[in-house]
Design a protein around this ligand. Structure first.
Ligand code: NAD
Ligand code: UGA
Length: 485
């Protein structure tokens, strides 16, 4: 029975993914008095979380290994035993995936809530006593009503233990960004808690207040909290589409998008963050959350509002296609059998996550055009790239020889290079897609010597030092600035 903060002793988190794993690791680290069980159906993932080798944790996040080392086995446990995790918990976080529906009503836009519903049913069945259920997943506004309905349908005397169960649902969306997850969790801009039950809100607030200043813990009603998460992502994504649209205008007018971003970002009402023009936003959430918002707007009879947000996604898709198209155009209208080095495959730096990565759509477009891609990413392995592209690696292509087969059948091929230098050998062009630190300090003189001339560099992140690329004799395109040749 746990209806006040003093009684919370045991937490369970269902879902050991990018959010569940790091979030619970930080809670366990900051609250050694709590027992934190992270449960997941995926045995491989749980084994990786339990791996002795901290380099093989299932996700790469700077600083995560140290947090895990401190807490795991002390008060942080990873397991596939979902039932026991639920049974022993006073508070249960639902942190499972909520992807876009691919079939049925709302297909292509609405969130697929089958995993959330499955969790609610599991909790309803196995929880004991009073349990606070916390929505950690990003959910459409009003989902808590469905979760409550499922949970309350089980508010019956527990036949096994003869104890009655009761539930309170809170919304506590997560705002961490990948690559900075630990810093975001340890020092959040805010923690948002939505709900009506004051005791439950206090219990959850007291956990965060172990390390988060009280004034950063915001309380709202359930629906505001659910909707704030979708809105935050929509606003962030909107800034990226806005700056990318201006980047295209800069390229044809002689303006420089970085100068424009700086000029507008110094206005405190606009702010300097999230104004980096790039190959379009990727990641598992921006697109799905905006599409979900679009769906909700239509559902609630607001087609104009839906169209407004839809355009943020439309511009993003356009940006990715635009980059692939301009590479082809610049390489004399064809990349068939040309070697292109793709630097970076993760959707952003400091993560191994490739979900919705712009590299995927750009690479697919170039493969379609018959290119031979040498793909290098410091954290993404060949298996993941093959899964994302839906094309197996052509290992025979490793090295400098051009692939005769692909030039005959006009189909593109790819292979995973071990370094950016391997990728660049004999290449006609280099495309920088992810802003990994090592791409900022490339020795362009050395690269210029190993590429096939005339050689191009397409910098979709604006990370290269222009003069160094040009003095190495390479032609250069930078997003939001255009061609420098
Ligand atoms: P993920 O796919 O990495 O992890 C979800 C995990 O839940 C998977 O390991 C899956 O096996 C497990 N799972 C699904 N159903 C289950 C069940 N019934 N029982 C036990 N385990 C189950 O997803 P994620 O990236 O961690 O995202 C989770 C949620 O958090 C999503 O709603 C997402 O929108 C949101 N979110 C994600 C991020 C991010 O950076 N990735 C940030 C903020 C919010
Ligand atoms: C984003 C939000 O930043 C988090 O607050 C949120 O919790 C999370 O989504 C989520 O709900 O999943 P994330 O996708 O991990 O986090 O990473 P971001 O740093 O937001 O980057 C998203 C994409 O936008 C990346 O492809 C990145 O390269 C791109 N981006 C970001 C730009 O192109 N320009 C920028 O100025 C910033």
């Amino acid at each position: 029975m746990a209806n006040s903060s003093a009684q919370i002793q045991n937490i369970c988190c269902i879902g050991a993914g990018y959010v569940g794993g790091p979030t619970m690791a930080v809670i366990a680290d900051k609250c050694p008095h709590l027992t934190v069980n992270v449960v997941d159906l995926n045995q491989e993932r749980i084994s990786a979380w339990n791996s002795k080798n901290l380099r093989t944790l299932p996700i790469y996040e700077p600083g995560l290994d140290q947090v895990i080392e401190r807490a795991r086995g002390r008060n942080l446990f990873f397991s596939t035993d979902v039932k026991s995790g639920i049974k022993s918990a006073d508070m249960i976080f639902i942190s499972v995936n909520t992807p876009t529906k691919t079939k049925g009503l709302g297909s292509g836009q609405a969130s697929d809530l089958r995993w959330v519903e499955a969790c609610a049913r599991e909790v309803a069945e196995h929880a004991e006593g009073h349990t606070i259920v916390v929505e950690k997943s990003t959910l459409p506004v009003k989902t808590a009503a469905a979760v409550q309905a499922i949970l309350h349908s089980s508010n019956l005397p527990n036949k096994d233990s003869d104890k009655s169960k009761s539930f309170v649902v809170l919304s506590n969306p997560e705002f961490l960004a990948e690559g900075t997850a630990i810093a975001d969790l340890e020092c959040p801009d805010r923690v948002l808690i939505g709900g009506e039950d004051q005791e439950a809100i206090k219990a959850l607030s007291n956990i965060y207040s172990q390390w988060v200043p009280q004034e950063k813990i915001l309380h709202t009603n359930l629906w505001s909290s659910e909707l704030s998460k979708l809105t935050a992502n929509a606003f962030l994504a909107q800034r990226i589409s806005s700056i990318n649209s201006v980047a295209a205008l800069c390229e044809v007018t002689g303006a420089d998008v970085r100068e424009v971003a700086k000029a507008i970002g110094t206005d405190s009402r606009i702010g300097e963050k999230f104004l980096s023009s790039g190959p379009g936003f990727g990641g598992s959430c921006f697109k799905k959350d905006i599409l979900n918002l679009v769906y909700l707007c239509r559902h609630f009879g607001l087609p104009e509002v839906a169209d407004y947000w839809q355009n943020v996604v439309t511009i993003n898709n356009w940006q990715q296609t635009r980059i692939a198209r301009l590479v082809v155009n610049k390489l004399f209208g064809t990349v068939t059998s040309k070697k292109l080095a793709l630097l970076g495959f993760a959707f952003k730096a400091n993560t191994n996550d490739t979900r919705e990565a712009p590299a995927i759509s750009i690479a697919k477009d170039l493969l379609e055009e018959g290119a031979e891609l040498a793909i290098y990413d410091p954290k993404v392995d060949a298996n993941q790239i093959a899964l994302d592209l839906g094309v197996t690696e052509t290992k025979a292509n490793i090295g400098q020889k051009r692939n005769k087969e692909s030039s005959l059948n006009n189909e593109g091929t790819w292979w995973a290079a071990k370094s950016l230098y391997d990728a660049s050998k004999g290449a006609d062009a280099i495309l920088i897609i992810t802003e990994w630190e090592e791409f900022r300090s490339i020795d362009w003189n050395q690269i210029g010597l190993i590429m096939r001339q005339p050689a191009w560099v397409f910098d979709s992140r604006g990370v290269v030092i222009k003069d160094k690329v040009k003095s190495a004799g390479l032609k250069l395109w930078i997003v939001g600035e255009g061609f420098n040749d």
